[in-house]
Design a protein around this ligand. Structure first.
Ligand SMILES: Cc1cc2nc3c(=O)[nH]c(=O)nc-3n(C[C@H](O)[C@H](O)[C@H](O)COP(=O)(O)OP(=O)(O)OC[C@H]3O[C@@H](n4cnc5c(N)ncnc54)[C@H](O)[C@@H]3O)c2cc1C
Length: 483
């Protein structure tokens, strides 16, 4: 495999640089996804990582943490470069569990939980989805009631939770049993009433265990998070954190598969030369490479303009766009990597590539954490709301997060102003997310050359593929309106 393509930013503190180098060398030595077994991640291995400070990036300084937004972005990227499931594993515990305890927990809750996570190899999960509601969370059936003694009683079923069988702590979302429009978020110890009743055999991400779970738990009042109870507003902020982090995962992951696919194309002999001499193989490699560059641009945006420690509802637009675009690129990259590997790409544990797991692991990214189809619809709806009657295309020409991206588009985009049906909104959301991607690429090019994560040729390549994407979506949308 090639050397690291993950950039450890020279603006990090010395402590962060040392920490990131330590984690990178552990990942490189022990946890490369093409050598480490694809099975539930052993707790003693988790301990090796947490003993080296893995969970400290999102823990406040007073609890022994380093509390650094830039550090967690870099950490997730580094981990994904070596092992995508482990990067996901770390993201859930840091950004979906620890972040929300640190940000929204009462003093008593923080004093109880954060010292444990800063010193022990613990696992915390996030329980939102239920067997009868995934995309439509307002149909949630898990409920809470406050007892006369102040405690909350939470009952219901959840499924598909990461760490269903193994988490020590949970963040559980539930609906007020007496008011359908009110939601609460509670921190619950597994032993207080979280029980796995069915284990799922997931296609990929084998380091993480999944299943169907039953909840019947009593928790003290201080374990309720201090977030808006109105509709699902609290959950939106929490999900924005994980969605923004997806570009760190895609940047590390696509960076690796790009290196592996390039190496495979160079080594695989065909005719008098190698795969890399075939023009269409070169095209596929450029396509994978464009996904890497786009992800790097999105990550540069998140590192510089967002902060996981803030309330993120103001970042709703980019959270949806980043999650959907970067995970589309992960899946596209994995499919092209597998195609380049031919039959050997269809084998588990092939000696010369890791395409089978790359595809199985990345497949679910366009589905979970908000299915991309729904997120694209929400992007369009967000713009429709913001533009207050002016055409969406005109709004985007003035919106800071898209206006420079639009300068790359020299063809008609009036399709964005037609949002008469749901499918049209999904298509238009795909286009808008890609214009945001162009904006981010443009933004990176405004940096000093040595601060850019990619070269000018890579930038041009990424712009070309995003423009091609937009043209394809327009054609698909026109096709849909005719059928
Ligand atoms: C591996 C894995 C890990 C997960 N981890 C967690 C976790 O840790 N915690 C947790 O709480 N949940 C988790 N989930 C659940 C995940 O977030 C949901 O599966 C996801 O939100 C989709 O919900 P659903 O499965 O109910 O699908 P549905 O809501 O039934 O949707 C199915 C499909 O319908 C289509 N669709 C739905 N709405 C729209 C729309 N508006 N426009 C266009 N098409 C649409 C999409 O193609 C979508 O994929 C995980 C799931 C998986 C598979």
């Amino acid at each position: 495999m090639g050397s690291s393509s993950v950039t450890i930013d020279k603006h990090h503190t010395q402590e962060t640089v040392t920490f990131l180098h330590t984690i990178e060398s552990i990942m490189q030595k022990h946890y490369r996804s093409n050598t480490f077994p694809n099975e539930a991640f052993p707790r003693e291995d988790w301990k090796r990582l947490t003993d080296n400070g893995l969970l400290l990036s999102m823990i406040p300084v007073e609890y022994g943490g380093r509390d650094s937004h830039e550090e967690i972005c870099a950490l997730i990227e580094i981990m994904a470069k070596y092992n995508l499931p482990l990067s996901m594993y770390t993201m859930i515990i840091t950004l979906l569990f620890i972040r929300n305890v640190a940000k929204y927990g009462s003093q008593e809750l923080k004093d109880e939980v954060l010292p444990l996570f800063s010193t022990e190899a613990l696992v915390g999960g996030f329980a939102l989805t239920e067997p009868h509601c995934g995309s439509n969370l307002s149909r949630m059936c898990t409920v809470y009631r406050q007892e006369a003694d102040g405690r909350y009683h939470i009952t219901g079923q959840k499924h598909w939770q990461a760490f269903s069988l193994s988490a020590d702590w949970w963040l559980i979302a539930a609906k007020n049993a007496e008011n359908n429009n009110e939601f609460g978020y509670f921190i619950v110890k597994r032993s207080e009433g979280f029980r796995n009743i069915e284990e799922y055999n997931a296609l990929g991400l084998k380091a993480i265990d999944y299943g169907r779970n039953e909840i019947d738990a009593y928790v003290p009042a201080y374990r309720r998070l201090n977030v808006s109870a109105e509709r699902l507003d609290g959950a939106i902020d929490m999900l924005c954190a994980s969605r923004l982090s997806m570009c760190a995962m895609s940047s590390g992951f696509i960076g690796r598969i790009y290196e592996e696919a390039t190496e495979r194309a160079a080594q695989r002999k065909i005719g008098n030369g190698a795969l890399q001499d075939i023009a269409y193989v070169q095209y596929r490699l450029k396509l994978i490479g464009s996904g890497k560059t786009i992800s790097q641009a999105l990550l540069s945006f998140v590192s510089r303009y967002n902060d996981f420690r803030n309330v993120l509802t103001e970042n709703f637009f980019e959270a949806q766009a980043i999650k959907a675009l970067s995970t589309d690129k992960m899946l596209e990259g994995a499919l092209n990597y597998q195609q380049i590997c031919g039959g050997d790409g269809y084998r588990y544990n092939a000696p010369n590539n890791s395409a089978a797991y790359a595809l199985l692991d990345s497949r679910v990214y366009t589905v979970f954490d908000g299915t991309n189809d729904l997120l694209y619809q929400q992007i369009t709806e967000y713009c429709l709301k913001q533009c207050e009657g002016i055409p969406v295309s005109r709004f985007l020409a003035t919106y800071d997060k898209t206006r420079f991206g639009l300068k790359h588009v020299n063809f008609d985009l009036s399709i964005l102003d037609k949002n008469d049906n749901q499918a049209q909104k999904v298509f238009n959301g795909q286009i808008i997310a890609r214009i945001f991607g162009l904006n981010c690429l443009n933004d990176v090019m405004q940096l000093e050359e040595e601060q850019r994560p990619f070269e000018y040729e890579e930038y041009i390549n990424a712009v070309s593929f995003l423009i091609a994407d937009i043209k394809k979506v327009i054609t698909e949308s026109e096709c849909f309106s005719r059928i």
